[in-house]
Design a protein around this ligand. Structure first.
Ligand code: MCA
Ligand code: AMP
Length: 515
């Protein structure tokens, strides 16, 4: 039985000439060029370091580090060593990290040097025995220790069903759940996307991907990175998205992937022209709704039709607009189910709905995750009796099979492509002095798509200051979760059942950012 380890498949796709450049950094002090041999050797040394720690099988390796090519090597090393990669948003603060480490109980934590003080304290307290540092200037204990190990490594034998990664997501109850993704989930989806998006072999001229997304989420870590690696394609690597800098490199590339905010920001730059996009063949958008006006503006400005696709941490990519003909890409839709993926729309009684009718989007296929880490009941709740995964998205499928997402049944705000769970922010606000209760909603925002806004009711006799609440939250939770505006009110609107009517709050504040 061939080794089903995802790394084995990625490594097999490396070009024969390993001394070709695989990754070129675009925003380091000086450009760095990493060859395929560097990726192989670097990940082998780190994998050998992991093997030397005698970790239990399928150990979780939690990683909260700034984006770098060495962080990519660390991800590849965890795959080849057969452990479970657990990427964490660099914006998470102590309270969030404490939850993730407590829930996942990683055997190893890799953190940035600047956070080592507080992260190592949390990790050691939770029983983690190995904490390494990795800075984006290649310093830190991880590489120092890995450098003492051999630069060849045979990938651990893994079956398709074995765990490869855990991505925390979907905290409908305010606490995130660890979506468990297997080698098979990731490889099957990477292979489907390779075909669906017509990645070009070297003989066909090859491809060059501009990678400007974070690598602690599905979009940047799996969809973008696997796309390039599984095709042996070079990446132009940005540690941070900067619209001007990305546009300047478009002539050197053929593929770009982004969340809608990235496209909105590039459209604001006069340097974005057809000329700049002359060698580009594909722009992919996802993770959040792409506004029809952005879709139209991009086409007019660059001549390219954005290809919108739909994904989840639990299912990787489930639908995509067609690659060809471009004319078949329909703005406002997330396209057609990917090959091998079933997508259906059911009503809240679990009955199928006719084409065009709005209901709950459900999915089935090799891309669907293995469940939530140590939460079998919550996992069971999110599957139907016939084992389709309930996405929590509301939408319809038209007569041609195109899927349109019209909303969400889950209480979720997506801001600049990041998920914010109102229940989590409400929980923290409600614990603050003088707060009786709160409601957190998303309102239209021209840059982030949706922006987080909070409405807070003071306890009797207490006086609250919105700006002070924002400042207090900034010290507690990731900055992207912090409300851009806090309103102090006497009471929250409630329906006859006593449930807070968030739709009324969204309506009341929808013009806040001129959206
Ligand atoms: C930064 N800020 C944000 C966000 N990012 N506020 C709300 N939402 C955000 N996403 C805050 C900063 O803390 C700062 O606040 C202020 O906004 C301005 O920061 P700015 O410099 O504009 O932010 P940035 O560093 O430029 O980041 C914006 C960004 C970033 C580049 C759009 O958010 C980003 O890379 N988003 C991509 C997320 C992603 O990869 N999503 C894929 C998830 P202050 O000054 O007060 O500190 S995977 C997924 O959803 C599924 C599976 C799928 O289908 O792909
Ligand atoms: P995550 O929790 O990071 O897995 O985010 C998954 C959610 O992002 C989905 O359930 C959708 O609500 C949303 N999403 C992903 N892609 C799109 C898209 N193209 N359009 C609208 N929403 C999207």
């Amino acid at each position: 039985m061939p080794n089903q380890n995802l790394f084995a498949a990625l490594r097999a796709a490396f070009p024969a000439d390993l001394d070709q450049v695989a990754v070129e950094t675009a925003d380091t002090p000086a450009p760095l060029h990493y060859t395929w041999r560097d990726l192989d050797r670097g990940s082998a040394m780190i994998a050998n370091l992991l093997d030397s720690l005698d970790l239990p099988p399928a150990s979780r390796i939690a990683v909260q580090v700034d984006k770098s090519v060495e962080a990519l090597m660390l991800y590849l090393a965890v795959l080849r060593a057969g452990h479970v990669y657990l990427p964490l948003n660099t914006a998470y603060q102590a309270g969030e990290i404490e939850y993730f480490i407590g829930n996942a109980e990683p055997a190893v934590v890799v953190c940035s040097a600047r956070n080592f003080g507080w992260v190592s304290k949390i990790a050691f307290k939770a029983g983690t025995r190995n904490v390494f540092t990795l800075a984006d200037d290649r310093s830190g204990s991880l590489l120092d220790r890995a450098a003492q190990h051999a630069d060849t490594h045979r990938p651990a034998e893994r079956r398709a069903s074995d765990l490869a990664a855990i991505l925390y997501t979907s905290g409908t109850t305010g606490r995130s759940k660890g979506a468990m993704l297997s080698h098979g989930n990731l490889l099957s989806n990477a292979r489907v996307l390779k075909q669906a998006w017509a990645w070009r072999s070297a003989a066909e001229g090859g491809d060059v991907l501009i990678h400007a997304l974070p690598i602690f989420h599905v979009h940047g870590l799996f969809v973008a990175t696997h796309g390039a690696l599984l095709n042996g394609s070079r990446m132009i690597w940005f540690a941070r998205f900067d619209p001007k800098a990305v546009i300047a490199r478009l002539p050197d590339a053929t593929v770009f992937m982004g969340v809608p905010t990235l496209y909105v920001r590039m459209l604001a730059e006069p340097a974005l022209t057809r000329e700049a996009c002359r060698n580009m063949r594909l722009f992919v958008s996802g993770s959040a709704p792409l506004l029809p006006e952005t879709f139209t503006a991009w086409k007019e400005r660059t001549g390219h039709t954005l290809l919108e696709r739909y994904g989840m941490s639990e299912t990787v990519m489930l639908t995509s607009n067609p690659y060809r003909p471009e004319s078949a890409r329909r703005g406002g839709t997330v396209g057609l189910p990917l090959p091998g993926v079933g997508v259906r729309v059911h009503d809240d009684k679990g009955r199928p709905l006719p084409a065009g009718e709005v209901g709950g989007i459900e999915v089935k296929g090799p891309n669907v995750f293995q469940g939530y880490w140590r939460m079998p009941e919550k996992t069971a709740d999110e599957f139907t009796t016939d084992l389709w995964f309930k996405t929590g998205d509301v939408g319809r499928i038209d007569a041609d099979g195109y899927v349109t997402i019209v909303g969400r049944s889950k209480d979720l705000v997506i801001s600049g492509g990041y998920n914010v769970y109102p229940a989590e922010v409400e929980g923290i606000l409600n614990g603050m002095p003088g707060v009786a209760e709160s409601a957190v909603v998303g309102v239209p925002h021209p840059d982030f798509g949706e922006a987080v806004v909070a409405v807070v009711v003071p306890r009797p006799g207490a006086t609250l200051d919105g700006a002070a609440l924002v400042a207090a939250l900034k010290g507690r939770i990731a900055n992207f979760k912090v409300p851009k505006q806090v309103f102090i009110v006497d009471e929250l609107p409630r329906n006859a059942m006593g449930k807070v009517q968030k739709n009324l709050l969204r309506e009341r504040h929808k013009g806040l950012f001129g959206g």
